[in-house]
Design a protein around this ligand. Sequence first.
Ligand code: ZN
Length: 280
Amino acid sequence: MAGSRSDAPVVIAVAITGSVPRKTDNPAVPVTVPEQVESTQQAFEAGATLCHIHVRNDDESPSSDPDRFAAVQEGLRRHCPGMIVQFSTGGRGRDPAARGLSLRHRPDMASLSTGSVNFPTIVYENSASLVTDLAGQMKQYGVRPEIEIFDLSHLHGAKRLVEAGLIDARPHVQFVMGVQNAMPAEEHLLDILLAETRRILPEATWTAAGIGRNQAIVMDWALARGADAVRTGLEDNIRVTKDRLAASNAELVGLAAEAVARHGRRVATPAEARAALGLG
Ligand code: ZN
């Protein structure tokens, strides 16, 4: 796993929308389904091979509407052939009981948080029973999870799911760094997380997400350690510099592709991305 694939192509994941940024923060944030499909197509053409999706209500608030998720998926399958479609089952402002409703549409992947953590203004609650329930639904519908690691204990939450037979022994894990009140973006913490992942989930593939101004530096740390994937997108960061908003998800993907090249690696094709993340 971790660190052993420094010559392998790198999956670029793009988190196009998220729960938080609004049009008033950056008008390029796609919130309607057509905007999401168009923004993703541009990102796909720039090298992204995995799209992490949240959907919004008409007032831009976070939604769990399975029909909206299905509509985005349909658009991506048409306009971004081979791209990995990943629905979020997390995010702020969603009823826990509704967070898994979209799984019945059988996306390739879905995010799965395996523990609770403080966020800027709320507790991001993921009770053990909710985690088990979501993992069970993913197994039922053949959806591959991406395990979201906001804290070291969440790795052990993933290990418990492996032991329970709810996920396989080769999960894809994402370390999320730089959320206010959660795990800070510090390089030595990534080494601690990787060491523990190697110890308890030795077959895992991995990536890391740096939030806000941490996006580029966390990507560099991940690439320097042989990450299987990197993550970018307007969900995590709406700027390219302190003074300039990102023009699009595609612009952020372009910066990620440059970072991949700087580390002597190349960007994965859709088929390579699917093989790397166990999607066949
Ligand atoms: Zn998300």
